[in-house]
Design a protein around this ligand. Structure first.
Ligand SMILES: *Cc1c(COP(=O)(O)O)cnc(C)c1O
Length: 338
């Protein structure tokens, strides 16, 4: 099987398993796990923030952001197709009592400063006030688009003028970094917090990071506890996370593979496949006469897996466990399936 469903399907390497087995550990709820402490230090440095918190999932990292930045009952601004809107069980409403005000980004998921200003709600007798702006980079649903520093900065400046903090859902932040050649600390320098996943393209079995100022991260630590995410000898998870940080440089390979996949499949049997910016390839199946589900059915018979994103949109994702030969094989199999 060539598994292109997601970059979350990677298995931990032998080195990661060995690092886990040999990790120095302690009780992290007492702050005594040296491996977790080291990961949090290095993760904070990687994004240029004061401090970082190791969390089990990206979802928990985003939900912690929702709670630490806002007062219960405020509004949060988020792009309509973003993960926090579509795929987190309305967690902002459930966990932070937030009303989500959705903004239509452009076709790459970019939100403009004008939209932030228009959607901003000032607190008064009748209105709850905007407590947070949440951005997503890379933008998953729009095909892994890497949003440039100038676009991030423009909305951060606008939000800052309005007194609204900014959280970046950077589940795939380092894919954006690789695609844009902008160091992570520069890309998020005007945001107040960022979440990134160790468990996606970076290849760790488990774990994400929430980063921000020391004060924010200290509050985040209490929220993590509230979510039941205070972990004990979590160094066995942080050790592979440290190795995952070393995989940042190789994400460019995934992007090359994604580009090769898209260029080879575009036009095959009526498929329309725009060239991706990072590791996410969106295939429009309309011209093949098949729905996304039907297309995935014939692909799966040939040993290629993807996920449906819409009636006629399929996502293929390249990752650490897929090399250029796998991509060539996937192209042959999909072509013969069609
Ligand atoms: C995967 C993902 C998350 C959530 O990460 P989990 O670890 O799966 O909870 C959040 N945002 C985006 C954009 C993602 O792709």
């Amino acid at each position: 099987m060539i598994d292109l469903r997601s970059d979350t399907v990677t298995r931990p390497s032998r080195e990661m398993r060995e690092a886990s087995a040999g990790a120095e550990v302690g009780d992290d709820v007492y702050g005594e796990d040296p491996t977790v402490n080291e990961l949090e230090r290095r993760a904070a440095d990687a994004v240029g923030m004061e401090a970082a918190l190791f969390v089990p999932t990206g979802t928990m990292g985003n939900q912690i952001a929702g709670r630490v930045h806002t007062d219960h009952g405020q509004e949060v601004l988020a792009e309509r197709d973003s993960h926090v809107v579509k795929w987190e069980l309305a967690g902002f409403a459930q966990h932070a009592g937030l009303q989500v005000r959705m903004v239509d980004g452009d076709d790459r998921g970019v939100v403009s400063p004008g939209q932030v200003r228009e959607s901003y709600v000032a607190e008064d007798l009748h209105r709850p006030g905007t407590g947070l702006l949440c951005l997503e980079n890379t933008h998953n649903s729009k095909g892994g688009t890497a949003i440039a520093k100038e676009d991030v900065d423009a909305v951060c400046d606008e939000a800052s003028e309005l007194g609204v903090p900014v959280h970046v859902d950077g589940a795939r932040l380092f894919n954006a970094v690789a695609a844009l050649s902008t160091p992570a600390p520069e890309l998020v320098e005007n945001a107040d917090s960022v979440m990134f996943c160790l468990s996606k393209g970076l290849g760790a079995p488990v774990g994400s990071v929430f980063a921000g100022s020391e004060g924010l991260v200290e509050r985040g630590r209490r929220e993590r506890k509230l979510f039941g995410g205070g972990m004990r000898q979590a160094g066995v998870l942080a050790a592979p996370g440290l190795l995952a940080l070393e995989n940042r440089e190789r994400l460019a390979e995934d992007h090359e593979n994604a580009r090769a996949l898209a260029e080879s499949l575009d036009g095959v049997g009526g498929l329309r496949v725009p060239t991706p910016e990072t590791n996410i390839v969106l295939l429009d199946t309309d011209g093949t006469g098949r729905t996304a589900e039907e297309f995935l059915g014939v692909c799966s018979d040939e040993g290629v897996l993807g996920v449906p994103f819409d009636e006629h949109v399929v996502r293929f994702c390249t990752h650490l466990d897929v090399d250029s030969e796998d991509v060539e094989a996937a192209v042959e199999r999909v072509s013969s399936a069609l």
